[in-house]
Design a protein around this ligand. Structure first.
Ligand SMILES: C[S@@+](CC[C@H](N)C(=O)[O-])C[C@H]1O[C@@H](n2cnc3c(N)ncnc32)[C@H](O)[C@@H]1O
Length: 190
């Protein structure tokens, strides 16, 4: 079964929606104060924990996932959200569309330049995803989906789009079952 089909099956079972990442919650609240009512994208939205957070902050929210069941669930659970079934490798949006893009626990290194192109000037990209330390500790996710230390800042700084780093950190985040080795970055397009 393909990865996409596996995700579709997993989301069809409506797994419990975990709480938003504190990193995303803090920065989304800050960007909402600066750019109220702006368009925002939750990329690889999964259960929609961040799509719903963005909609609650008043963003005009698009949730995108390649698992149709994930999009169906998000659209059913929150009528404010536009859910789009698409592959992150072929994003169906024009340049300078979003004031905020959130991408958590998903990694496609090749699309970071495209994500920065999709931002309006002054818009922000929030990425939080696994470090190789997570793979080494648990065997999940695949090593190729995990970041080396320092890699996220390098990826965001290595495109033709000028950005400034608002905040970044790496390390073990959370407690108990929720603990994970994560890299997080907030960058603003200048
Ligand atoms: C670990 S879940 C993370 C979900 C959500 N971002 C969160 O943090 O709760 C990864 C999600 O990425 C989606 N995904 C994986 N590859 C994708 C791709 N190429 N395009 C779009 N979505 C993808 C999966 O369907 C799944 O919902």
């Amino acid at each position: 079964m393909s990865d996409r089909a596996q995700w579709h099956e997993r989301h069809r079972a409506r797994p419990e929606r975990s709480a938003p990442s504190p990193f995303v919650a803090r920065h989304a609240a800050r960007v909402a104060r600066r750019l109220p009512g702006a368009p925002a994208l939750d990329l690889a939205c999964g259960s929609g924990r961040h799509s719903i957070l963005l909609a609650e902050h008043g963003f005009r929210t698009v949730a995108l996932d390649y698992a149709a069941s994930a999009c169906r669930r998000v659209a059913e659970d929150d009528g404010r959200i536009l859910a789009v079934v698409a592959d992150a490798a072929a994003l169906p949006f024009r340049a300078t569309t979003f004031a905020l893009i959130v991408q958590t626990r998903f990694l496609d290194r090749a699309i970071i330049p495209e994500l920065l192109r999709l931002l309006v000037r002054g818009g922000e990209l929030l990425i939080e995803t696994f470090l190789v330390a997570q793979y080494e500790a648990t065997g999940h996710p695949r090593r190729s989906f995990c970041l080396e230390p320092g890699e996220l800042a390098r990826l965001c700084g290595a495109t033709a789009v000028a950005v400034e780093i608002v905040e970044m950190h790496e390390g073990l985040v959370g407690h108990g079952d929720d603990a994970a080795h994560l890299a997080a970055i907030a960058v603003r397009k200048v």
